[in-house]
Design a binder for this molecule. Sequence first.
Ligand SMILES: [Ca+2]
Ligand SMILES: [Ca+2]
Length: 213
Amino acid sequence: MNRMIVFTVAALVAGGAVAEEMAKLELQLPAPQFAGTPKTIKTPNLEREAVVPEIMVPAGTANVAAGKPVTSSDDFPVIGELEYLTDSDKEGSDGSYIELGPELQWVQIDLGEAKTLYAIALWHYHAQARAYRDVIIQVSDDAGFAGNVQTLFNNDHDNSSGLGAGKDKEYIETYMGKLIDAKGAKGRYVRLYSNGSTGSDMNHYIEVEVFGK
Ligand SMILES: [Ca+2]
Ligand SMILES: [Ca+2]
């Protein structure tokens, strides 16, 4: 009798009635802005080779950041508008990016309600090869990030931004952006930090996508 019950449950899982249907996340990429190997960029903690993770997401997962409101540590960008962050335009040309002030700055997306997050994709700037410093991505239920903060990515290896040292690598910006596994983290707010780049002290964003449901 017991053996029969076990067999029935296993069959249901195999048939997909219990297990959730999963699919590989495919990003929609903008047009490349430069070709070939970028000039040598000297910065500590740079990854040797870009690796795009394969992230499996459940059916019904979508970019829940599209069109959502954006706030920032710099309310008045030098170039562009904060809305550019979630307007679905990922092109690298002038008119598509935001320039925020120098040193440590953040942008924050309000998803409107708590979501389960599977991946984050971001494009800082891809008209020129450069690596942004102290890229830190966090999720919280609290708009002020005072509590229940989960860190999804942190390449501030020397803790120069004071949010804690991270183990992730710096990476060179291209049209492919950066895809990060959010591993089912839950929260309403997504905050992204940066602290200038190998190109300048300023901070830039083109688009951030948050895949969840
Ligand atoms: Ca955009
Ligand atoms: Ca640092």
